[in-house]
Design a protein around this ligand. Sequence first.
Ligand code: HEC
Length: 136
Amino acid sequence: MKSYSFKTEVQSCGVKYFKSICLSLLTTGILFVSPAIADSDVQKGDEIYEINCLGCHMPDGKGDQGVGMYPALANNIKLSSVSATVEVVTNGLNGMPSFREYLTDDEILEVVNYIRINFGNNFKDIAQLTDIPKNN
Ligand code: HEC
């Protein structure tokens, strides 16, 4: 009988201990997980490219000629200019749509930085918020 009551005491203590660990895990979880969730709101460059650009500039940035002329982004020296690249994505140019309304500034930067270091391009200077042209 004695050993039994001892056992339950340990068990209930164990439950309390577990609960408090559980609670502190929850609290730290909330503290540390929520910024991560906020970060992932901004899509990454490759995803932004696939959703918004691939249809015209094609996989691997090879471009396409058909109904229209979609320049290749692959091995494209024009992308060496951060400001020109940000400008064309933000404000569009002829058949190239303006993405100002569709992407956030951060997403424009993500995709510009992505295309400038992929598809055979190797322009390492990073586009920054100050490169985004102000609204016309
Ligand atoms: C509806 C088709 C279409 C979509 C979608 C599109 N583009 Fe374009 N893009 C074009 C066309 C057409 C041009 C050529 C514009 C011109 O020079 O007259 C162009 C030009 C460009 C240029 C300049 C290249 C050069 O050689 O002058 C860049 C950089 C570019 N696009 C990036 C992007 C990015 C990044 C996305 C996605 C966020 C995107 N484009 C989505 C059609 C498109």
